[in-house]
Design a protein around this ligand. Structure first.
Ligand code: CTP
Ligand code: CA
Length: 225
């Protein structure tokens, strides 16, 4: 029964997690996307749920499945749809982890019909998407914890610190693409956590499940003060 359940560290907390890529339509059959598998975000959602949080997982197109039935999954396709879904759930969430690989650009127009092969080259005009994390960082209220990711290949720590500050995050997870075995299509990641006080913790190359556990321990540490 409910009262028999052992208290877990994140009981009573609502968590919002984003995962996977976004697909930006070009025409009815084509899109701009990226190689994000969704594995990292799904692992974080699983771990938050295991620790007792009520988890909403907003996912772009991904073949991943949640391990825990209690996780509420919201499927979206584009960056604009992900923004709408995040806005809907953000105000009720105490913990927000934005691990989706959101497209930075989307086509200015989407053709209604399949675009025919052109004689020579072909140019697609793109416009910037809204930075979801930055919007949430602006709307953040006291008591809300906002976590972002940074995918960098050069000046990694400096770029990650800039993102942490610009997006008003509580901490940022720097994903090193320079290390073999780390990144989008692998089952492992090598991360550094940088918090608001610019305290840095570097971790070994680990499975995404282990990385999720490290991220959630940092969340618990910050919530429990
Ligand atoms: N992000 C977002 N909305 C976007 C783009 C990124 O919410 N339109 C979030 C990602 O989910 C991630 C963080 O911002 O948590 C950093 O993403 P990243 O691509 O590393 O940084 P950008 O700010 O997009 O900058 P750039 O791609 O130029 O490095
Ligand atoms: Ca980006």
């Amino acid at each position: 029964s409910e009262e028999m359940k052992k208290a877990l560290p994140l009981n009573g907390q609502n968590a919002l997690v984003t995962a996977g890529p976004t697909y930006e339509a070009i025409d009815p059959v084509r899109f701009l996307g990226n190689h994000s598998s969704g594995k990292m975000g799904f692992a974080i959602a699983d771990e938050l749920a295991r620790l007792g949080a009520d988890v909403t997982l907003i996912s772009g197109p991904s073949a991943q499945q949640s391990r825990r039935q209690s996780i509420k999954r919201v499927n979206v396709t584009s960056a604009a749809q992900m923004l709408d879904a995040c806005r809907q759930y953000f105000s009720d969430a105490q913990i927000c982890v934005m691990s989706a690989a959101v497209a930075d650009y989307t086509p200015v127009t989407v053709a209604d019909q399949k675009i025919k092969k052109q004689a020579d080259g072909f140019t697609i005009e793109l416009k910037k998407t809204t930075d979801i994390l930055k919007v949430l960082g602006t709307d953040k209220r006291p008591g809300q914890l906002l976590v972002g990711f940074a995918l960098e290949t050069n000046e990694e720590e400096k770029n990650a610190e800039d993102k942490l500050q610009k997006k008003n995050l509580d901490f940022i997870v720097l994903n090193s693409l320079n290390d073999a075995g780390a990144g989008f299509k692998t089952d492992t990641n090598k991360i550094t956590i940088i918090d608001r006080d610019l305290r840095k913790t570097s971790f070994e190359l680990k499975t995404k499940e282990e990385v999720a556990a490290d991220i959630c321990q940092k969340i618990i540490e910050l919530i429990k003060g």
